[in-house]
Unconditional design. Structure first.
Lengths: 203, 276
């Protein structure tokens, strides 16, 4: 009889403890990060698109606002991959958060791989509280292992970033840029992986 | 250890349950993720010559609703998918869940989600009010690589309307059809294949666009007709193909034993599907 009571006591203590643990691990606030990433529009011109990444208490989902943009499937895949890259940098799985992405493409289609790496940096930024530097942006693809690769239209993107007042542009190590020596007023930085890119982009 | 399990098996089970329950409770209260309830008041004006009666209906939006969808794959085989729509307090934004374990969501489907929300918004004043204070989250579960096309438009509109009005939908009724901004349901393909797939999931009634309960199919038969002619010692055989095109009508209801009903608008479909 005595043992049963003891057991019940232990159970209730452990239960209360795990309730407390649940309360503590649950994220209670939303954190977010806002920045601009370069893109190419239908006319072939470069432009900067506003990204907003927020982490909300949730269940490990990736939620994407589709009011102002359409996602092509290569972009969908790139975003899904990028979230895993971000988790690797952070060294944790975002199971207690929903990652919410809002890209203001003004109703245009979001395609290609280049949104991926910037999304990964955005997640790291939102989680760590380190902002993306005011003057910095990036355009690169990202492999499942976190390596950066070259993307199309880099010259137009650099031009667009420069004319929007950006002073630092991160690209993949293998990226070739036409007439790179002539580019002035914006610093081109090469990074081989997402970690290096994040170091150069975040405050 | 074995003795411990044998003697106190029941207690260990209770302990595990209690711990899990406590953790969930702690997590929920810690995250404050559970959407708070808002109450919307819907007023209907009944105009009669003598008097005006104001009927007040109180609606509370649901937090989540799920619905069975039907589609066809590349081999024209019928498939089902599950749509889940979640509501949280917000500002009328529309989100899509990108999940690596679930199919990619094609562009047409993305457009039809937005369209469906628009239809739900214009359904009545209550849905309009509820939407302006909600964010909606759409996710799809299916064993396919991709969800594409607009044939789930009506279903998505109905799920959204039910969610915003706080009404439950009958799980034994499924619907296929596109939807336009006016809430009219438009034609889609693969009705018979979809009906067969839905039947395996326990669906009893299938709402289809007008004129689609009976499917017209053409069967093309090429028949070779040969004639032989003997001139002297030689036999000449000449053949020609005769194409026989046959149009047959397939009654989807007879074929699948589902109750198949043609439906013209989201309004009519909602009356059929809502749980009374």
């Amino acid at each position: 009889m005595n043992e049963k009571i003891k057991l019940l006591a232990i159970i209730s203590i452990v239960a209360v403890g795990s309730g407390l643990l649940g309360y503590l691990v649950a994220p209670s606030q939303t954190s977010h990060s806002e920045f601009y990433a370069p893109a190419i529009i239908e006319s072939g011109q470069g432009t900067l698109v506003k990204f907003r990444v927020s982490l909300e208490p949730g269940y490990g989902r990736t939620l994407v606002n589709i009011e102002n943009s359409q996602y092509r499937e290569d972009a969908e895949n790139a975003l899904i991959k990028a979230k895993r890259n971000a988790e690797e940098i952070l060294g944790l799985k975002l199971v207690f958060y929903d990652v919410v992405l809002d890209v203001d493409a003004r109703g245009r289609q979001v395609g290609g791989e280049s949104a991926g790496a910037m999304f990964a940096v955005g997640i790291v930024s939102a989680y760590s509280g380190k902002n993306v530097r005011e003057g910095a942006t990036m355009s690169a693809g990202i492999s499942p292992e976190g390596f950066l690769f070259a993307v199309d239209g880099i010259e137009e993107k650099i031009l667009a970033a420069k004319s929007s007042g950006k002073t630092r542009f991160v690209i993949a190590t293998q990226q070739t840029v036409k007439n790179e020596v002539d580019i002035q007023g914006i610093e081109i930085i090469r990074a081989s992986n997402i970690r290096q890119a994040a170091e150069n982009l975040l405050t | 250890m074995e003795n411990l399990v044998r003697e106190h098996g029941g207690y260990i089970l209770i302990a595990i349950l209690a711990v899990a329950l406590a953790f969930t409770f702690g997590y929920e209260s810690g995250s404050q993720a559970a959407p708070s309830k808002t109450i919307y008041v819907q007023e209907t004006l009944n105009d009669t010559p003598q008097q005006q009666v104001v009927q007040t209906v109180i609606t509370t939006p649901l937090e989540k609703i799920s619905m069975l969808l039907a589609g066809i794959d590349q081999e024209k085989k019928g498939r089902t998918a599950t749509l889940e729509v979640e509501r949280r307090n917000g500002t009328g934004r529309i989100f899509l869940n990108f999940d690596e374990k679930q199919p990619l969501i094609g562009n047409e489907t993305q457009t039809s989600i937005k369209n469906a929300v628009h239809v739900a918004q214009n359904f009545n004043p209550a849905t309009q009010d509820a939407l302006s204070e909600s964010d909606l989250f759409y996710s799809f579960k299916a064993n396919t690589m991709e969800v594409e096309g607009g044939s789930a438009g009506a279903a998505m509109a109905l799920a959204t309307i039910a969610l915003l009005q706080g009404k439950k939908l009958d799980k034994t009724i499924a619907i296929t059809g596109t939807v336009n901004a006016a809430g009219e349901i438009g034609k889609v393909g693969g009705i018979l294949e979809k009906a067969k797939a839905l039947k395996t999931k326990g669906v009893k009634t299938f709402l289809v666009p007008e004129g689609e309960a009976i499917q017209e199919t053409t069967i093309v038969n090429d028949i070779e007709k040969c004639t032989e002619e003997t001139i002297g010692v030689a036999t000449y055989k000449s053949c020609k193909l005769e194409r026989n095109i046959q149009t047959i009508f397939v009654n989807v209801s007879n074929e699948t034993e589902l109750n198949v009903i043609e439906i013209a608008s989201v309004m009519n479909a909602f009356e059929k599907m809502v749980e009374k």
